[in-house]
Design a protein around this ligand. Structure first.
Ligand SMILES: NC(=O)c1ccc[n+]([C@@H]2O[C@H](COP(=O)([O-])OP(=O)(O)OC[C@H]3O[C@@H](n4cnc5c(N)ncnc54)[C@H](O)[C@@H]3O)[C@@H](O)[C@H]2O)c1
Length: 345
């Protein structure tokens, strides 16, 4: 049994040959289709993730995110959120790998870098939520937090809305200043501003900050337009939230992972409120989303292994088309399966 390995170089090749817009478009359409299947009960939801939290001098989490598609395979992402990585180690805040196991034998079929694909799938899922809940024709995107996820938020949302300008804000001025360069490929006007101005002027707002536990909110509740849609991306850990309670109280909220929302998402702030229809429910029945497009809506995203599973399928599909991915024998296949010492050379 050989394992297909997709490393950084393979993913770079997919993005350059296929094109990042085409890859993003495929991710968005696959997410929409598969979340709709989930909403119709045609596939099983992923369990909640688990992991280890580090407090102290180098805070962060290392998490394990599983999903099983019965008869197809099990996807497991091992991912770390280490917000001091950029400054301390010159690494992204999110680093990880995603693996696929054969559902029948348990063998490791594929192993891939998860950094870029996590950012792209997070953008793609927000794109699906935004297409359902934002006012059609929205032109102004506000971004609070100008790190790695902000790049793919801008990219994905530019594929589902006729965006013209982005208002970006970050507590680190250098991150806000370099954002225009990182999204130059979108050809949109980018202005650096503060969180309050972005909230007041945006049609759609994405919050993707590394705010520490207990450090939120990162935006004010007002002023804001009456039709604002917010993608809340950064609330994904107990105690870590980005939005003010007053904004949530006024909003229609949909979650990507009902099991995680109350423990890690913005729903931590709403212990007595029903979760309401999830993203999967809205994808299965888009008429449920339509009445909310002219009001305030929030997509409460904690991130799901279901989305990782879909993204890995998309990546493996492109790798197949391009003949990418080195094959390695990692797992033992002893000559005598009853003798673990009979390993082959
Ligand atoms: N929901 C999901 O599926 C999902 C997926 C990946 C990452 N995330 C989360 O998204 C967030 C951003 O991740 P990233 O990879 O972009 O990290 P990053 O470190 O690349 O960027 C985070 C940015 O937020 C800024 N920031 C921190 N506190 C802020 C504040 N109070 N106001 C404004 N800006 C602030 C930082 O200066 C930094 O530029 C993290 O919380 C991460 O856990 C969620």
């Amino acid at each position: 049994m050989q394992t297909r390995i997709l490393c950084q170089r393979d993913i770079k090749r997919i993005l350059s040959v296929v094109g990042r817009d085409e890859v993003m478009d495929r991710l968005i359409s696959e997410m929409q289709r598969e979340f709709a299947r989930l909403g119709r009960g045609e596939t099983d939801p992923p369990p909640s993730r688990t992991g280890f939290a580090r407090r102290g001098d180098v805070p962060g989490v290392i998490e394990f995110m599983p999903h099983r598609a019965a008869g197809v395979g099990v996807t497991m992402k091992t991912v770390s959120y280490s917000p001091q990585n950029p400054e301390r180690f010159h690494l992204p805040t999110i680093v990880g790998t995603v693996s696929r196991l054969d559902d029948d034998s348990g063998s490791l079929v594929a192993l891939a870098d998860a950094g870029t694909i996590t950012a792209m799938r997070t953008g793609a899922v927000a794109g699906v939520a935004t297409r359902l809940l934002a006012r059609p024709g929205s032109t102004t995107l506000g971004l609070v937090g100008a790190g790695a996820q902000a790049v793919t938020q801008a990219h994905a949302l530019s594929r589902v809305l006729p965006l013209e300008r982005i208002l970006v804000s970050d507590i680190r001025p250098a991150h806000a200043e370099s954002f225009a360069f990182r999204v130059a490929f979108l050809g949109l006007a980018v202005e650096v501003t503060d969180a309050a101005t972005a909230t007041a002027a945006a049609d759609v707002l994405s919050t993707a900050t590394s705010v520490p536990v207990g450090g939120g909110p990162v935006v004010p509740a007002a002023p804001r337009p009456g039709h604002l849609h917010v993608n809340a991306i950064g609330a994904d850990e107990p105690g870590k939230t980005e939005l003010p309670r007053a904004l949530l109280d006024d909003a229609f909220i949909c979650v990507d992972h009902p099991g995680q929302a109350r423990a890690e998402g913005e729903f931590q702030q709403l212990p007595d409120r029903d979760l309401g229809p999830s993203l999967a429910d809205l994808c299965a029945a888009p008429r449920l989303a339509a009445p909310h497009r002219d009001g305030v809506s929030v997509f409460d995203s904690t991130g799901s292994a279901f989305a990782d599973h879909i993204a890995l399928d998309v990546l493996l599909g492109f790798a197949d088309e391009l003949g990418l991915g080195r094959k390695m024998t990692i797992e033992s296949a002893p000559e005598d399966v009853l003798d673990p010492y009979s390993l082959q050379w």
